[in-house]
Structures are given as C-alpha cells and as structure tokens.
Design a protein. Structure first.
Length: 94
C-alpha cells in the first residue's frame, strides 16, 4: 500500500501529520489557507472499488451532517481526486 503522507493529493491542502489509520483508511491533519482539517482518505484500492468507496464516504458525511452535534466535526468536502482514492475532509477538532 502507498499510504505515506506525501500521497495526500487534494488541491490546496498541505499535509501536516498522520492522525490515525485503520484497515480501509488513513486520517491526516492538513492545512490550507482557510484553516486546518482532518482528511480521511481511502487506502489504495482497485479503480473498480473507488466509486463504491466514494458512495460510502458520502453516506458517512450525510450521517455526520444530520447529527449536527458540536462535538462532531463539520464536513467540508467529499471527493474522488485523480488518484482514485476517495476522501472526506472534516473540520479539525484538536
């Protein structure tokens, strides 16, 4: 797998550090001009699985958004960059 922090290729974000990881994803702390974020990104997957992962990430984002609790991060973006690895960008809560 190719999970190094240098592989966080989301426009406008500069990776700072890895916050944690699991079997299916890695979460990074990243910075842009507008602030700091937590970015969950899928580990390397065959291209055929990328769309299914993107659907799951969108479902996760929708659930978090509906909950609307101050202790949960706000969702900023969900996408599928050219790398084919879906991501979920959230407010960073230290």
């Amino acid at each position: 797998m190719n999970d190094s922090i240098e592989n966080l290729e989301i426009h406008g974000l500069t990776p700072i550090s890895e916050l944690g990881h699991g079997i299916h994803s890695v979460v990074y702390r990243a910075r842009s001009e507008s602030g700091e974020y937590a970015v969950k990104i899928a580990r390397d997957r065959p291209q055929s699985e990328s769309r299914a992962s993107l659907i799951r990430y969108r479902q996760e984002a929708a659930i978090l958004a509906r909950m609307g609790k101050p202790s949960l991060p706000r969702i900023m973006d969900v996408g599928l960059p050219k790398t084919g690895r879906p991501y979920l960008m959230m407010e960073y809560l230290p």
